[in-house]
Every structure is written in C-alpha cells, then in structure tokens.
Design a protein around this ligand. Structure first.
Ligand SMILES: *Cc1c(COP(=O)(O)O)cnc(C)c1O
Length: 362
C-alpha cells in the first residue's frame, strides 16, 4: 500500500526520509552489529547518540548556553506535575492561562502542589481566541506563569508571548509548536514538549530549562523528574527513551540539512497554513471558528455545521488517502494537523479534495 497523507494530531507523520534512514539502520546501526533499540544506554555508542541529539537540537533552535536540555519520559502530561514540583517552591504560587484542554489539565495538576491560579481564560468563547495577559493580572510574586503556546485541540496559538513582570519565568507547553518556527528561547524560563507532534515518536519528552530554575525541587519530587538530578546525569538517571531519542536526532538533522533551518521551516509552514485557511475562508461549506489573529499554523480546525456531513467528509477523505481528519472528541468537526513533516503537497491534496466534496455536497 502507498503511504497516505496522515493529518493525525499525534503521534503524527514523520519525514519519509527519516523513516527510510531508520529502516536502513534498523538491524545494524553504524557497524555496531545491533539496532539502536538493543543497545545499552551506558555504551559509548549510545552516549554518542544522545549527546549528538542534544547538540543538534541546540544548534537548530539556537538554545543559549545557560539552558539545559533534558530528554525525559512521561509525556507533556508528566510535566504538568513536574513543573510545579520543581518550580512552585518560593512563594508557592503560580499563574495559569487557560486556552484549552491541555492548559486546564496542567492547571489541575498544579493545584495539587500549591497556589495555582487561573489569571485568564478563553473558555467563555469555547477557546476560539487567546486572552490578553496584562501586567495587572499577573500575581507579583508568582513562581512562574504557565501558558500552552499552541492549542492542539482548538487550533489556536499565542501570536506573541505575554509580557511578564518582576522577571517571573514564563513556562510554556510547546508540544505542538516546537520547531515549527524560530523561537527566542531566552524569553522562556522553561519549555516542554512531548516528541510525538513535531520531533519523533512518543516516549520522549524534551524539557529546555534555564539554569537558575534548576535545583529548587521539593523533597518529594521523584528523581526521574527532578531537573537537577536529570541534568547532572545527562538525562540518564535511569534508562532514557533510547530509540525515540535516536529518531529525534534524525528529525533534527532533517530540519537542519534538508529544510535548512527553522526560518525556512516557518516559511513552509505559513505557506501550508495559508493554502488551507484561504480555501476555508472562501468556502461556502467549510468554516474555521478561530479568531483570525490567533489561528494555529499547526492544527487547522474546520466544520461544515452539520454532523452527518462532517462524518461523510472524514470517511470519504480517508478513502482518498487523506486520513485522521476527525476533530478531537471534545469539539467534533474536522482537524488537519499540518506539522513540519506534512508536505505542502499533502495540504494541496486536502484542499483539492475539499473543493470536490463541496461541489458534490451543496
Ligand atoms: C499532545 C499534547 C499534550 C499531551 O501530551 P502527552 O505527551 O500525551 O502527555 C499536552 N499538551 C499539548 C499542547 C499537546 O499537544
């Protein structure tokens, strides 16, 4: 069977070149006589793999030297708890902006550990916009301010970062937007992302954290999510997600060598998103509910307004090799996730199919 265009929100499609490279090395990596999956994480050859993965990510993102990169497990969801356990330990307060399901889940974990407070929310309009964060709503002595930068389910994104006050560290869940465009890492205290949207297979969680925020974890923090212990042990206090780290390295090299870096990636992503949004905006059948200035360039939601027509669309699209277009169970409708690895041709094929479907279902 031919490969399909897979619009899955995650785990998501990977660059074909990466998969083929991994396939070629599957049973014998670099003359080691074994698969990366079979290697001891304490072996020299694996230590080189994890070190090179980190240096590739640092290079591609331009991560400053005063930030540590950690390769952890447990997904973004474990960071919902790891962040307060590690950081909410001075005033014991933290501010949360609720822009969808994942930021609410992060808040729900944080309340277990201290004074987490919702300072803004877009729930009133079903998360179709990003609320304004003005300095007066920020808790002056908060240990951090948490946002979810791209909202995978609702298809919104922060088009600018909130201005924090009193040097409060900005903490961002960037699971579904990391590497989609250049980011000024120095504006964040900490960012975290599950790998399975834009970096590789699930099982790997990347945490990028400023040095001065390390070493504040409360006593009860498990070692595997204690940023100090993990950074002192090169993310290997226990077995890391070895194979996912290796695939992520191939993805970082693909971004660097084939795409030519994040500025190029951004141009491609904006072009892809524009193709889709322009069509939707001119369509009589499909609509996108998000306020234009907050539209995600990674997750594009759309509806016909009729449940049966939505279901018919998803089914027929799958028949045409355009798969995983169903919206999240919370919102229904459709969602096309067009992460880095989705080629422009995939988006064009989707738009062609939408045109045809629209003409047949007037
Ligand atoms: C997918 C996703 C999550 C959940 O990630 P897990 O790795 O499954 O825990 C959290 N936040 C955002 C923004 C996501 O897109």
């Amino acid at each position: 069977m031919n490969r399909v265009y897979n619009f899955s929100p995650g785990p998501a499609c990977l660059p074909l070149k990466v998969l083929e490279k991994a396939a070629g090395e599957m049973t014998n990596y670099n003359n080691s006589g074994m698969s990366v999956m079979e290697m001891s994480h304490r072996s020299k050859i694996y230590e080189e793999i994890i070190a090179e993965t980190q240096s590739c990510l640092r290079e591609v993102m331009g991560i400053p030297d005063n930030y540590k990169v950690l390769f952890l497990q447990g997904g973004a969801s474990l960071q919902f708890a790891a962040v307060p356990m590690n950081l909410m330990n001075n005033s014991g307060k933290a501010d949360y902006v609720i822009t969808g399901q994942f930021s609410k889940a992060a808040f729900d974990e944080a309340v277990k550990y201290g004074g987490a407070k919702i300072i803004a929310s877009s729930k009133d309009e079903n998360f179709t916009y990003i609320p304004e964060i003005t300095p007066d709503i920020i808790t002056p002595d908060a240990d951090y301010l948490h946002i979810c930068e791209n909202n995978t389910i609702f298809g919104t994104r922060f088009n600018k970062l909130p201005e924090v006050i009193n040097n409060i560290p900005l903490v961002a869940d960037v699971s579904s937007c990391i590497l989609s465009q250049p980011m000024d890492v120095s504006k964040y205290g900490l960012m975290y992302a599950g790998a399975q949207k834009n970096m590789g297979p699930s099982g790997l969680t990347v945490v990028i954290v400023r040095d001065d925020l390390i070493g504040k974890a409360r006593e009860s923090t498990p070692k595997v999510i204690d940023y100090k212990i993990q950074s002192e042990n090169d993310s290997m206090i226990n077995t890391p997600p070895c194979y996912s780290v290796y695939i992520a390295q191939l993805v970082f090299k693909w971004l660097r060598d084939d795409i030519g870096g994040l500025e190029n990636m951004r141009k491609i992503n904006i072009e892809k998103a524009n193709i889709l949004y322009d069509f939707i905006d001119n369509s009589e059948l499909f609509k996108n509910p998000v306020k234009k200035e907050f539209r995600s360039i990674m997750n594009v939601t759309f509806v016909t307004g009729d449940k049966d027509t939505d279901a018919k669309f998803i089914k027929e699209a799958a028949g045409a090799g355009l798969v995983t277009l169903g919206g999240h169970r919370l919102v229904g409708g459709m969602r096309a996730s067009i992460y880095n690895a989705m080629p422009t041709d995939g988006v064009k094929a989707l738009v062609e199919f939408m045109k045809k479907f629209e003409s047949e279902n007037k």
